[in-house]
Write a protein of this length. Structure first.
Length: 144
């Protein structure tokens, strides 16, 4: 990876997201918890959530990831409240397709993931980007 590639990948917008992750921490009484780890880079995300009436009512995340994983967690943290498990699953599949198959950006309210389009070319970063949504989907399934 050249220096110019790194500059493109770690844009100011990605770094700003990584610096301001919503809902950091842990919940005292979650109904679902999941910890996901990327074996390639060692990034981890732990998600706690509470589902009420089939929607995410409370959410917290402990993020130990690279800037791309942090940016992804920030995007998720900004839109997860009020979402159903099915919406989270759909967003994860769309994000995976965007990264791996050059698919379109996930639809609203997950369109913020478009900032991560430059990461398509870096397959070794995909797992870290998917961690927060993977953990949220699993926590929601355990909570249902």
């Amino acid at each position: 990876m050249s220096d110019s590639d790194l500059v493109k990948l770690y844009s100011g917008r990605i770094l700003a997201l990584a610096a301001d992750i919503p809902h950091l921490g842990r919940l005292p009484a979650p109904t679902g918890t999941s910890r996901k780890r990327s074996p390639l880079c060692g990034s981890t995300v732990t998600v706690d959530l509470v589902l009420k009436d089939g929607r995410v009512a409370e959410f917290a995340q402990d993020v130990k990831a690279c800037a791309l994983g942090q940016a992804s967690a920030a995007i998720l943290g900004g839109v997860i409240l009020g979402r159903s498990p099915a919406e989270l699953e759909a967003a994860r599949e769309k994000l995976r397709a965007m990264l791996k198959d050059n698919g379109p950006v996930p639809t609203a309210p997950f369109e913020g993931y478009e900032v991560l389009i430059p990461a398509r070319a870096y397959k070794n970063r995909h797992a870290s980007i998917l961690l927060a949504l993977d953990a949220a989907c699993e926590a929601a399934s355990l909570s249902a």
